[in-house]
Design a protein around this ligand. Structure first.
Ligand code: ADP
Length: 675
């Protein structure tokens, strides 16, 4: 789990972390010895210092996911900055864990509405959906129905890429609430999204006695007053709106369900207001930000997730071209779309020069009706522009990345991205997702500087995005880039900073530990946030010799599996596989497996380090060790060569010559200590 992806690490651009800090991966290094050589993972730190990690200790390493690798906060070996970053993150984790568990306890103690509904009516409503549900969609809908019909109140997050059909899940939930006579509030981050959702809801509920209202700046004062009255007296069943919905003035007669679209886009204050509301009702949150699977595991039971990972069928993938910028190409791309009555996004991500770009574009394609949108315009102005583009008064939207998460414009099916080399993979994926949301063939043109001056990394990204034309594939590829944002979505935005400092994996491990500890009623020690991994040094080769498993990638994969094993049985099955494929294990390989068995025991006992050499054996406890003092005292009394070397170190003088004997000795001592 921790070392997933080690096998995918690429020399030079991969950043990993270990308990010593964040460094750059330099490859596998083998040093030959008569016993089969020692194999190390080589890491380089900021000050050029190198760290060689024996492959037996690969479990100490995980891939760093935080800032992009080029900007990762590398550490200087031997200075305290890593410790500091870790401690800060640990404090943050503790607060988060406490808050999460508090929410969880609240939810458990509270009984929500157990909605009841007529299966026949529901069937009829479902039939109004003009498509076959995708399997993921169906599963998400079933989960929502289950949540709503049981007494436990719902807090479910539905994650799925843009255009994967999350809205239908929301519609079904709103239907069930409405049939039970309860109101639904649909909260959208922008006025335009609210308008778009309102249109969809009106369509789907057209044949039902359900009143739908909209609450946003696009409505007149009179309409707004009427909606507010309707919500208070219960004559409005479903309201769709922006944060205006959260104002004190809005009172509901019998609110039963809140649907939140893209929660991360709401401000802190709005989220607080939302929290007040949500304590009492079922909540369904929709998001296009992928939630890291590892995180969702650690939050198991605290928040519920449904993932829609597959695109609806018949959706055409976006045809993607990577090309040096060229007037002829731009003109052709834009005209081609305009000629079939469609619209074009032209991305130019620099506000200072966007006007210049507009003039050039107007000269190049005089047929185009161009409108400009960027983040320095007022919100109102932006909305007006987007709306007019949506209504097709313009056919080219020249814009910055503000369209990244915006409204759906089904008639816009070409996107031209200037300086595409400057964008990250996740961002390119999201931008391209703006087109291709209907059954028309969509096109994306990723333009690079005409002089070919862009980095190798950028070229790799562009190749990657071009190769992942298949819908949905990007959802997984973009995962790493988006892990932080995804975590922010679940845990709250302010955590993102801490997460970037230590990397997602470590943060997640800390959080998982903290949640577990709190659930057991223990307190959390920010000084020892990660006490459960154990470093074991036998001073003897513990590896898969290249003569045994010749393929490097295969070796790494096995190292990774061993390091991620959490049970003895997993290690056994890995070694059985090895014997099946490669024959009897050489000593060094058997030792590697034995070390991992030992690691499992140590992690349980709260032992941080074992150093077993030929002249002494030292066992280092973590501050939160579960070894009982009386067992320790007994061990000290029964073994004459044992003494404490500092508060956390148990030292045995005089070691055995053979590594196998040392292993045996350590196992015996551990058995004593664990009682
Ligand atoms: P999201 O909210 O996930 O971004 P939407 O729910 O708006 O996506 O769906 C995008 C488009 O796909 C809509 O036009 C919708 O009608 C259509 N759609 C949704 N589910 C399916 C499906 N199962 N099969 C075909 N088209 C679908």
């Amino acid at each position: 789990m921790m070392v997933r992806d080690i096998a995918e690490l690429k020399v030079g651009d991969a950043v990993v972390h270990i308990d010593h800090g964040i460094g750059r991966y330099q490859g596998l290094t083998t040093i030959d010895t008569p016993e089969g050589g020692a194999e190390f993972l080589e890491l380089e730190y900021k000050n050029g210092a190198k760290l060689f990690v024996p492959v037996a200790n690969l479990h100490l390493i995980s891939r760093y996911a935080g800032a992009d690798p080029a900007n990762a906060p590398l550490h200087t070996l031997g200075r305290g900055d890593w410790e500091k970053a870790k401690r800060k993150a640990a404090e943050e984790v503790r607060d988060t864990a406490v808050e999460l568990l508090h929410l969880y306890a609240l939810r458990q103690s509270r009984t929500g509405n157990a909605f009841t509904f007529s299966a026949k009516d529901y069937q009829a409503f479902a039939e109004g959906f003009p498509f076959e549900e995708t399997p993921d969609q169906a599963t998400a809908i079933a989960a929502v129905i289950h949540d709503m019909t049981t007494a436990k109140s719902m807090d479910r997050l539905v994650c799925g890429d843009v255009g994967f059909g999350k809205t239908e899940v929301a519609l079904r939930a709103a239907f069930i609430a409405a049939m039970a006579g309860r109101q639904t509030a649909v909260l959208c981050p922008t006025t335009l999204l609210a308008e778009q959702h309102a249109a969809t809801f009106r369509d789907r509920f057209a044949d039902w006695p359900v009143t739908i209202a909209e609450l946003s700046r696009f409505r007149t004062g009179k309409e707004t007053t009427r909606t507010i009255e309707g919500l208070a007296d219960g004559s409005v069943d479903i309201v769709i709106g922006t944060h205006k919905l959260l104002s004190e003035k809005v009172q509901f007669k019998n609110l039963g369900l809140i649907i939140i679209d893209e929660e991360h886009r709401f401000g802190v204050r709005q989220k607080e207001q939302l929290r007040r509301l949500r304590a009492e009702v079922d909540v369904l949150t929709l998001t296009a930000t992928p939630i890291p699977r590892t995180l969702s595991m650690s939050l198991e039971g605290i928040r519920d997730f449904s993932v829609i990972a597959t695109a609806p069928e018949k959706r055409l993938s976006v045809k993607t071209f990577v090309h040096a910028e060229e007037d002829g190409l731009i003109r052709e791309a834009v005209l081609r779309e305009l000629k079939r009555g469609g619209q074009v996004y032209f991305l130019h991500n620099e506000v200072e020069t966007i006007e210049n770009r507009r003039e050039r574009l107007a000269r190049l394609v005089p047929e185009a009706r161009i409108v400009v949108a960027h983040g320095q315009m007022s919100e109102r102005e932006l909305e007006r522009v987007m709306r007019e583009f949506y209504q097709q008064r313009f056919n080219v939207l020249l814009c910055t990345t503000i369209i990244e998460t915006g409204i759906d414009v089904p008639t816009a099916n070409t996107i031209v991205i200037a300086r595409a080399d400057k964008f990250g993979l996740a961002q390119l994926h999201q931008l391209r997702g703006r087109v291709g949301r209907s059954h028309h063939q969509a096109y994306a043109y990723l333009l690079t500087p005409p002089d070919g001056a862009y980095t190798k990394d950028a070229q790799k990204r562009l190749e990657a995005i071009q190769s992942m034309e298949e819908l949905g594939s990007g959802f997984y590829l973009a995962m790493h880039d988006l892990e932080i944002r995804g975590a922010g979505e679940v845990l709250g935005e302010h955590q993102s900073g801490e997460i970037a400092e230590v990397g997602f994996e470590i943060y997640n491990r800390m959080l998982m530990n903290a949640v577990k500890a709190l659930k057991r009623g223990e307190s959390i020690d920010p000084e020892a946030p990660l006490a459960t991994t154990t470093e074991i040094n036998l001073h003897a080769p513990a590896l898969l010799p290249s003569s045994y498993v010749p393929d490097v990638a295969r070796r790494l994969a096995v190292y990774k599996e061993l390091a991620s094993a959490e049970h003895r049985a997993e290690i056994e099955s890995i070694t059985e596989d090895l014997v099946d494929r490669y024959g009897k294990m050489p000593d060094a390989a058997a030792r590697l497996a034995a070390i991992h068995n030992l690691r499992l025991k140590c992690e349980k006992a709260g032992i941080r380090k074992i150093d077993a050499g030929s002249s002494a054996t030292v066992i280092t406890f973590s501050p939160t060790t579960s070894v009982k003092p009386e067992n320790l005292i007994r061990t000290l009394q029964s073994r004459k060569n044992a003494r404490m070397a500092g508060p956390e170190k148990l030292r045995f003088e005089g070691g055995k010559e053979k590594p196998e004997d040392r292993l045996q000795f350590v196992s015996e001592v551990l058995a004593d200590l664990m009682g």
